[in-house]
Design a protein around this ligand. Structure first.
Ligand SMILES: [Zn+2]
Length: 358
C-alpha cells in the first residue's frame, strides 16, 4: 500500500506528497473532513512515506541451532544447501511515497512501527487497562507528550496520529497543546477530525489544516468493490453513501434491517428503531444519517408534487428539520427515530424509499 491506496483524494494526496518531498513537515497537522473519506488511511500513508528509507531490506536467514552436547546420537546437521540467488527487490525511488519493502515500511504496514503511534480510544483502553470509553483522557495525552520527548527508535520521524481528535476533552486538549507549542524536532502530530470547531482555537492556530472532501461516487464504488461488495450493491451503496465510506456502511446495515421486516407490518417503524446501536454516539450518528435520508427523499418528492401533496411534503420537511436539530441534543434517539419514521410514512415516504438509490 502507498498513497495509491488513497482513492478519491488526489489533490490532498498531492499536497501531502509535496510536503514529504520538500522535507518541510509541520509539527502539527489537522486532517479535516467528513467521516469515512480516508483521513486516517491518509495519516498512516503519510507516516509511512515520511519514514520510508527507500532501501532494500531482507530478512536474514536464522543460523542453524548449535548441536545439543547432551545428545550423543545427534548427527551433525549438514550445512544448508546454498539457496538460489534472489533477484534484487524493486525499490522505487519516488521520495514522496513509500516503497513498501524497506524495514520501516514493513513495520508500518504491520502496525508495529516503533516511531508511528496511533492514539485513539482503543489504544487508550489498552494503555489504561480499562473499558473503552468515547473520550480521550488527559492521562493518554500526557503519555503522548512523554513519548514525543523520547528519541526515535528506527526512523527519522516520530509520528503521532490522534484519531477522531474531537474525542479529546478540554483538559486533554490542553495537555496536547504543550507538545504543539514546543514540538521536539523530528516529531509531527496528525489529528484526524470531522468537526474542527471541537478543537481549541489555540490548537487550530498552531496546526496546518488539510481538508478532505467527500469521496466521488466512482471512488466510493471502487473502494466498496475492493472490499468484496458485488458491483450492483456497491453502486447502490455508493449512491446512498453521499461521499462517505462510513455512511455507505450504515446504508448497507439499514438495507439489511429493512429486508428483515415484513412489508405492510404496522409496527415496522418501531421494529426498525429498536435495532439502533446501544452506544449513544453511534445511535446518534445513525439517526442523523436516517434523518438526512428522509430529508433527501422528501425534497425529491416535494419537487415533483403539486397541491395537497406538496403541502404534505413541506410539512414533513419542516418537521424532519426540527427533529434533525433535536438529534444534536441529549434526547432518546429511539423515540426520535420512531417519530420521524411514522411521520414520513404517513406523508408517503416509506422506509424502503429511504434506501432506494434515486
Ligand atoms: Zn519504504
Amino acid at each position: 500500500m502507498s498513497f495509491s491506496s488513497l482513492l478519491g483524494q488526489d489533490k490532498t494526496a498531492q499536497r501531502l506528497r509535496a510536503m514529504i518531498e520538500s522535507g518541510r513537515v509541520p509539527p502539527a497537522l489537522i486532517f479535516h473532513g467528513p467521516p469515512g473519506v480516508g483521513k486516517f488511511l491518509a495519516a498512516l500513508e503519510f507516516a509511512k512515506a515520511l519514514n520510508c528509507s527507500h532501501t532494500e531490506h531482507r530478512e536474514t536467514r536464522p543460523a542453524p541451532p548449535p548441536p545439543d552436547p547432551d545428545d550423543l546420537f545427534a548427527a551433525a546437521a549438514p550445512p544448508p544447501p546454498p539457496g538460489p540467488e534472489l533477484p534484487p527487490l524493486k525499490v522505487h525511488a519516488d521520495k514522496s511515497d513509500s516503497c513498501g519493502v524497506c524495514l520501516s515500511c514493513r513495520q508500518a504496514t504491520s502496525g508495529a512501527h516503533p516511531d508511528i503511534r496511533v492514539i485513539d480510544t482503543e489504544t487508550q483502553a489498552a494503555f489504561l487497562k480499562e473499558e473503552e470509553t468515547s473520550n480521550l483522557k488527559i492521562e493518554i495525552m500526557r503519555e503522548m507528550t512523554r513519548w514525543t520527548q523520547q528519541k526515535s527508535m528506527l526512523s527519522p520521524w516520530k509520528v503521532f496520529i490522534v484519531r477522531d481528535a474531537e474525542a479529546m476533552l478540554g483538559n486533554a486538549q490542553n495537555a496536547i497543546l504543550k507538545t504543539l507549542e514546543e514540538p521536539p524536532p523530528g516529531t509531527t502530530v496528525i489529528m484526524t477530525i470531522s468537526r474542527k470547531t471541537a478543537l481549541l482555537s489555540t490548537i487550530l492556530s498552531r496546526s496546518c489544516i488539510i481538508d478532505f472532501a467527500p469521496l466521488p461516487k466512482a471512488a466510493l464504488k471502487a473502494i466498496l468493490e475492493a472490499q468484496g461488495t458485488d458491483p450492483a450493491q456497491a453502486a447502490a451503496l455508493a449512491a446512498l453513501g453521499v461521499g462517505s465510506l462510513e455512511k455507505a456502511g450504515e446504508a448497507a446495515a439499514f438495507l439489511k434491517r429493512i429486508s428483515a421486516l415484513r412489508p405492510g407490518d404496522p409496527a415496522r417503524a418501531f421494529k426498525f428503531a429498536s435495532g439502533l446501536p446501544r452506544d449513544s454516539h453511534k445511535a446518534r450518528d445513525e439517526v442523523k444519517t436516517l434523518l438526512d435520508l428522509v430529508l433527501a427523499k422528501t425534497r425529491l418528492a416535494w419537487r415533483g408534487a403539486e397541491g395537497p401533496a406538496k403541502a404534505r411534503y413541506t410539512a414533513l420537511l419542516r418537521r424532519t428539520l426540527d427533529l434533525r436539530r433535536m438529534a444534536d441534543r441529549n434526547v432518546s434517539y429511539m423515540l426520535l427515530l420512531e417519530t420521524a419514521l411514522l411521520e414520513s410514512e404517513r406523508a408517503g415516504v416509506k422506509l424502503e424509499d429511504l434506501v432506494r438509490p434515486d
